[in-house]
Write a protein that binds this ligand. Sequence first.
Ligand code: HEC
Length: 139
Amino acid sequence: MRISSFALGCGLAVTINVGAASAQAPEPPARAVEFYRTACAQCHGNDGKGGGPVAHLLATKPSDLTTLARRNNGAFPFFRVGQIIDGREDIALHGGREMPFWGDMFGFEAGDRFGTTVREVYVQGRIYELVLYLNSIQQ
Ligand code: HEC
């Protein structure tokens, strides 16, 4: 399970570059859709528009995730969306951020078994699966 996730992560990292270059991104894997529904939808809503069941409890309204491309002159910002989901490098958002730090969470999920480099590949693979999903729901 862990090994195949790792392989998937590597595969995705390569496909993303190709996809971005040809403006034709691959479909998200089924588990990314499932992960979105269990980990993101309570805030961002099943439809991604920001109206999940706990949204009203937050000081900051969860973003509408279906307009990321539209708000970026029509181009889906792959890399930036990945960085935002990851959260670990977004110093500016520290303190104010209500979004969980998914990069840390996926790091815990990977554990220490494979060492730092492989863990990071795993984390990035998991993040880019979600990026692919968000790309697929752009309006
Ligand atoms: C606890 C509520 C919560 C959960 C769970 C959550 N988010 Fe968010 N998200 C937010 C809020 C609030 C914002 C607005 C920025 C902030 O936190 O200040 C946001 C912002 C974002 C943004 C930036 C959008 C923009 O317009 O720049 C992305 C991308 C995003 N979330 C993706 C996700 C994904 C993918 C997941 C699941 C893995 C997720 N979020 C889970 C609350 C949440």
